[in-house]
Design a protein around this ligand. Structure first.
Ligand code: ZN
Length: 463
C-alpha cells in the first residue's frame, strides 16, 4: 500500500496529531510524539458492509453465541462461559507469571477438538515442546510456529486456517512496513489491529499475550485494551504458588469474576476453594494476626492480615504496607489514635496481607485495625474470629455488602465467631457466634475482654 502522509502518535497514550507538537495535550508528556505512516487504503472492516441491515432486538438470540469451553470450568467462568468464536482476547501479566503455561494447557486441551495454532515470537518451538513435555501434555495435534514477522504470520494463518490461535507475545512481533522496533506503541497497535481484522474476517478465536510492566500497565499503549474484546489479567507473586485470573474488560460477560490457580510442576491447577491459600501456617493464635472475609466476584476468600508494631529508631516512624491500600492503613492508624487513644508516633508499623494476596476492599478495615491493636497490646482474640467491616473517620463500623456469603465462608472454615457491622436487622446463625458492633471501640473492648494475654518471651537483650 502506498504511503501518502504522516501522523504523529504519542508513545505514552496513543494520542494522534496531524503535525509535530512537543507536548502531548492528552497525557502532558514531553517529546513523546513520533512520526508514523498513513496508508491510502485502510483494511476494510466487515462491519461497514453495505449488506448490514437493522435487526429487531427481539429476534437476536444471545444463546446462539457459540462458546469454546477450555480445560477448566473456573477459567470459562471468568470469560463469561468460555471463549466466544472469533473473539480477540488479551492475556496480560508480568513476565514469568505463567501466561505461556496456562495458554499451552488451553491449546493442548482444545487441539483435540479444534485446529489450534500456537505462534511463539519469543521462544523456539523446541522450548514449547519441552514445556509441553514437562507439563505432561501430548500436544500431538498442536501446530507450532516460531515467527515474529506479522506478514509471514498472517500469510501462514490464511493458508493453514486454524480455528483457535495463540500469539505469544504481541510485544515481540513486528509489522515490516513500520520502521520502529517491536514492542513500540505504533508496532503494538498496528499489529493488534491487523490481528483483530484477521480474527474477525476469518472467524478465528485469538489470544494475544501481553506483558505488563511493574506499574501494572500493559507495556505499550492503553489502546491495546480498546482494540481487543476481552482483557484478562494474570496476577500473583512470583514467589508464591497461587495465581489469580481476572477479567478487566469483557464484551461477552461480566468483569468481576476471578479464578484462582495453583502453580504446580505439572502446570496450573484450578482451585475452587482458595481460602486456605491465604492463611498462615500458625496453628495457635499469635498477637498481630486476625482474619477477614473478602469478596471477589462470586468467591468469598478468608484473608489473614498481619501487623507488627515496634519501637522506631527514626524521627519519622516507618509505615510499610504490603497487599493493602497504603493510604487506607494510614487512615486506620489515625482513627485508632484519635478515636481510641493509641499513640503510634514512636512506633514503626508493618501491615501485610498473607500469601501475596492484594485487596483494597473496605471490609478489611476492621481486621487491619484489630491486627494493629492486637500486636500493640500483645493480646489475641480468645476465639477463632473473623473481623468484617469498614471503619469510618468517626470510628463507626460501616456496612459491607454480601455479609451472608462472608459469614457462610467463616462457618465453612471452622471459625467460632464473626464480628460484623451493627445494622438494623439482627443477623442470627446457630452455627457461629455473631457480634454486631457500632464502633471500633466496641470491637476492641469485646476482643480485649475476651482475649487472653500471653506472656512475652524473655530475652536477655530486651529489657
Ligand atoms: Zn500522550
Amino acid at each position: 500500500m502506498p504511503k501518502i502522509s504522516s501522523k504523529w502518535t504519542c508513545q505514552e497514550c496513543g494520542y494522534i496529531s496531524p503535525s509535530y507538537i512537543g507536548k502531548c495535550p492528552e497525557c502532558n508528556s514531553w517529546s513523546s510524539l513520533i512520526e508514523e505512516v498513513v496508508y491510502k487504503k485502510l483494511p476494510k472492516s466487515n462491519l461497514n458492509s453495505s449488506e448490514n441491515l437493522f435487526s429487531s432486538a427481539a429476534t437476536i438470540d444471545v444463546q446462539s453465541v457459540q462458546r469454546i469451553k477450555s480445560f477448566d470450568k473456573e477459567l470459562d467462568n471468568v470469560l463469561g462461559g468460555g471463549f466466544v468464536h472469533g473473539s480477540l482476547v488479551l492475556l496480560a501479566g508480568e513476565p514469568g507469571i505463567g501466561k505461556s503455561t496456562i495458554l499451552l494447557q488451553v491449546a493442548d486441551y482444545l487441539s483435540n477438538k479444534l485446529k489450534v495454532a500456537y505462534i511463539t515470537a519469543e521462544e523456539s518451538i523446541y522450548q514449547i515442546k519441552l514445556r509441553a513435555q514437562r507439563l505432561n501434555l501430548d500436544s500431538e495435534n498442536l501446530l507450532l510456529l516460531a515467527e515474529n514477522n506479522l506478514e509471514t504470520i498472517i500469510n501462514l494463518i490464511e493458508k493453514e486456517k486454524p480455528e483457535f490461535l495463540i500469539i505469544d507475545s504481541i510485544q515481540a512481533i513486528y509489522h515490516p512496513e513500520l520502521e520502529s522496533s517491536a514492542g513500540n506503541v505504533s508496532q503494538v497497535r498496528e499489529c493488534a489491529n491487523k490481528i483483530l481484522h484477521l480474527a474477525k474476517s476469518k472467524n478465528i478465536t485469538t489470544i494475544l499475550v501481553g506483558h505488563v510492566n511493574k506499574e501494572g500497565l500493559i507495556a505499550g499503549p492503553k489502546v491495546l485494551e480498546h482494540i481487543v474484546d476481552t482483557v484478562l489479567y494474570f496476577e500473583g507473586e512470583k514467589f508464591h504458588n497461587f495465581r489469580i485470573l481476572r477479567a478487566t474488560k469483557n464484551r461477552y460477560g461480566c468483569t468481576n469474576e476471578i479464578s484462582v490457580f495453583e502453580m504446580k510442576d505439572t502446570g496450573l491447577k484450578p482451585i475452587s476453594n482458595p481460602s486456605f491459600l491465604f492463611m498462615s501456617q500458625n496453628k495457635d493464635p499469635v498477637p498481630g494476626s486476625t482474619y477477614s472475609a473478602i469478596v471477589e466476584g462470586s468467591k468469598t476468600i478468608i484473608a489473614e492480615v498481619q501487623a507488627l508494631v515496634g519501637g522506631t529508631a527514626y524521627t519519622t516512624p516507618r509505615r510499610v504496607v504490603n497487599g493493602l491500600d497504603y493510604n487506607r492503613v494510614l487512615q486506620i492508624i489515625a482513627i485508632l489514635e484519635r478515636r481510641v487513644g493509641f499513640n503510634f508516633s514512636k512506633h514503626d508499623l508493618f501491615v501485610n496481607l498473607v500469601g501475596g494476596l492484594s485487596s483494597c476492599e473496605p471490609a478489611l478495615d476492621l481486621s487491619i485495625a484489630m491486627s494493629i491493636v492486637s500486636c500493640k497490646q500483645d493480646v489475641i482474640p480468645s476465639k477463632k474470629t473473623v473481623f468484617i467491616g469498614e471503619i469510618g473517620l468517626t470510628g463507626e463500623i460501616r456496612q459491607v455488602n454480601q455479609i451472608e456469603n462472608r459469614i457462610k465462608e467463616c462457618i465453612k472454615l471452622g471459625f467460632e465467631q464473626v464480628v460484623i457491622p451493627d445494622i438494623d436487622t439482627k443477623i442470627q446463625n446457630s452455627r457461629i457466634e455473631i457480634f454486631q458492633a457500632k464502633k471500633i471501640l466496641d470491637v476492641i473492648r469485646h476482643s480485649l475482654t475476651t482475649a487472653q494475654t500471653i506472656s512475652k518471651p524473655k530475652h536477655n537483650c530486651c529489657p
